[in-house]
Design a protein around this ligand. Structure first.
Ligand code: MG
Length: 257
């Protein structure tokens, strides 16, 4: 299945992932009221190309959507969940929560991660949403290791999210990653313990919970790319690409430090 990476492949993936982490740490500085989503996008693209990388989402095509994705980043604000298109018209406002997803191809390998940032003073509910979504990612990271299953990972995410009465995005999932941005297997954010694909040392997957304060129904906006909550509630998204090891995971996209 080509799931288990060789040591030299992991070296490339660490380098791609480091660029992803660097971009997301930079975004933490730049997401402020008044910045446009295109400014964020241009900074990210410059950083990636300076490292010899290529923005992995730019030009990405999905069956059923006529135009390729135009940005380096997906920037999704408030009720937007994922795949928001950066534009010069979209200005970040005080109190917004801004989800930024970035993919990098470097030396033939991919890294992919996402983080949600608050702009200025954010409401208590939005803060809680961000904390719970990040907690659900950490719960998944803490169970993932060789011998565990994808069901164990999904169950860990789902348990955290549902215990807070938030909604979970079920139509979109994490994924294997490596020589392609999206590889087998899909990594759902829900599941039953001890079911699904068994993880092995050397597998590389992206885990990415998407959570909303309201119901679980989602819609696409008129641009066809941007996915929003159907009820207009807020959404958050956190993601890491990780290497599965015997005793746990190695985070390949270190944006938290
Ligand atoms: Mg991803």
């Amino acid at each position: 299945m080509g799931l288990v990476k060789k040591e030299h492949e992991i070296l490339h993936m660490r380098r791609a992932g480091k660029v992803v982490g660097d971009v997301l740490r930079k975004m933490r500085e730049l997401v402020r009221p008044g910045v446009t989503t295109l400014e964020l996008d241009e900074t990210a693209e410059r950083m990636i190309r300076n490292e010899g990388g290529v923005p992995a989402f730019k030009g990405y095509r999905v069956p059923g959507i006529p135009s390729p994705f135009p940005g380096t980043l997906c920037v999704s604000i408030n009720e937007e969940i994922v795949h928001g298109i950066p534009t010069k018209e979209r200005v970040v406002q005080e109190g917004d929560i801004v989800s930024i997803d970035v993919g990098v191809e470097l030396e033939g390998y991919f890294g992919d991660a996402a983080c949600t940032y608050g702009a200025g003073e954010v409401s208590p509910l939005r803060k809680k949403l961000m904390r719970v979504t990040l907690d659900s990612l950490h719960a998944a990271l803490s169970v993932a290791r060789s011998g565990k299953t994808l069901g164990d990972i999904g169950h860990a995410v789902e348990t955290v999210v549902l215990s807070e009465n938030f909604g979970l995005v079920r139509n979109y999932a994490g994924h294997g990653i490596g020589k392609k941005l999206h590889e087998f297997p899909q990594v759902p954010n829900y599941g039953k313990p001890h079911t699904g694909v068994t993880l092995k040392s050397g597998m590389t997957i992206a885990i990415e919970p998407m959570v909303m304060t309201g119901g679980e129904e989602v819609l696409a906006k008129d641009d066809r790319w941007t996915v929003v909550t159907a009820d207009g509630s807020d959404a958050a998204h956190f993601e890491h690409s990780v290497l599965i090891c015997e005793e746990g995971v190695e985070v390949l996209t270190p944006w938290e430090e």
